[in-house]
Design a protein around this ligand. Sequence first.
Ligand SMILES: *Cc1c(COP(=O)(O)O)cnc(C)c1O
Length: 218
Amino acid sequence: MGLSEITARLRAAEDRAGRAPGSVRLIAVSKVQPLERVEAVLAEGHRVFGENRVQEAAGKWPALRERYPDVELHLIGPLQTNKARQAMELCQAIHSVDRPKLATTLARLADELGHCPELFIQVNTGEEPQKAGVLPAEADGFVTDCRGLGLPVAGLMCIPPVEETPSLHFALLAKIAARNGLTGLSMGMSADFEEAVAFGATHVRVGSAIFGDRVPAA
Ligand SMILES: *Cc1c(COP(=O)(O)O)cnc(C)c1O
């Protein structure tokens, strides 16, 4: 695998879905990866990366950005309100807006900072108790509330339950987005990104298929 193979497979998936080449954003999920693997993907010219923890992102990216100022960083993991400011200063997109308290905090900080990353609302499509995200039945109301706060809602995000067919979840997320007039769909990971593109993904989050397995530091 690796970046070039995944890029080629993504182009083919776009083509099969009748989508323009390059229209789906490939977020290279670099969490927990050794720095040399991240550097290698940067050296290949890729600039769009995803991290799931603010702390890890803050420890890694400011230094890399000095050499690669055009890096676009996406926060794809849960966000605590006390880390929201740091996340907004560091990231161009946040894919895990999942509760009213976080939405009001982001709105207040957006006023203060004068800018706001692109936001995705996470929907818990599998209604799993341990997983973040608003329930499908609450999604429409939450989208309305976020818009009411003036937040730049770009779309929706989901992480399907591991043991279920992902396409059912991709279809559900696409349906909720469509009825809310949202065009952004952050869905699809290493195992299922091509299927996600078939269901309308605009952003795929691919980690291990680009970088290799996430090995804990020795
Ligand atoms: C880790 C992670 C990914 C990437 O997972 P892979 O299976 O390695 O592609 C995608 N999305 C989220 C939210 C993640 O935490």
